[in-house]
Design a protein around this ligand. Structure first.
Ligand code: ZN
Ligand code: ZN
Length: 178
């Protein structure tokens, strides 16, 4: 089960859209679970962005998780990650690769050259959920695992996985459930 927890206000129909698209992409349940607070400790010194890694570490959340559950926090706030292979900068989200939690932001969606809020949030969420199942970035521009910073990612609004990633996620989900 994938559980969506909001850290801010989202229109109900946008959340429904995200849950339906993620469910269709992975073939497992995706539910809107509830709300939690953005942890102040993750706010950057200049108060402009949230550190995505710290945010996941410090979040206080009552969501009851079972062994194979994944939880995705949805925020409207701009996120950044510490210096990584891609440098420090704005990110669409951050997954605990192979782990249980990810945070995804809607920041920037609906703007120039970006996907619309509903389609974009669904695609970003599906992408970072994929990383939770250890899916890597994919060369196929239509696949939701295409790098989120590549132009192809915003070119295709549909949430789809290539056969390879669909297969791999199915195997990971089966292992998690046994
Ligand atoms: Zn990625
Ligand atoms: Zn792929």
């Amino acid at each position: 089960m994938i559980r969506l927890v909001t850290l801010g206000e989202f229109p109900e129909e946008v959340l429904d859209h995200v849950a339906r698209r993620v469910n269709a992409a992975y073939g497992i349940g995706c539910e809107i679970e509830g709300e939690a607070e953005l942890p102040d400790g993750a706010l950057s010194d200049d108060q402009t962005t949230y550190d995505a890694v710290k945010l996941l570490d410090e979040i206080e959340d009552e969501t009851q998780l079972f062994a194979d559950d994944k939880v995705v926090y949805l925020t409207t706030a701009p996120l950044a990650t510490a210096e990584g292979p891609m440098g420090k900068g704005p990110v669409t989200g951050y997954p605990q690769f192979g782990g249980g939690k990810a945070v995804v932001t809607s920041h920037g969606l609906g703007g120039k050259g970006e996907l619309a809020l509903d389609a974009g949030l669904a695609k970003r969420t599906a992408h970072h959920v994929g990383h939770l199942w250890e899916l890597h970035h994919c060369f196929d521009a239509r696949c939701s695992m295409h790098p989120e910073w590549a132009p192809g990612f915003t070119q295709y609004p549909e949430v789809v996985l290539c056969l390879y990633d669909r297969d791999k996620s199915e195997r990971k989900i089966k292992v998690g459930q046994s």
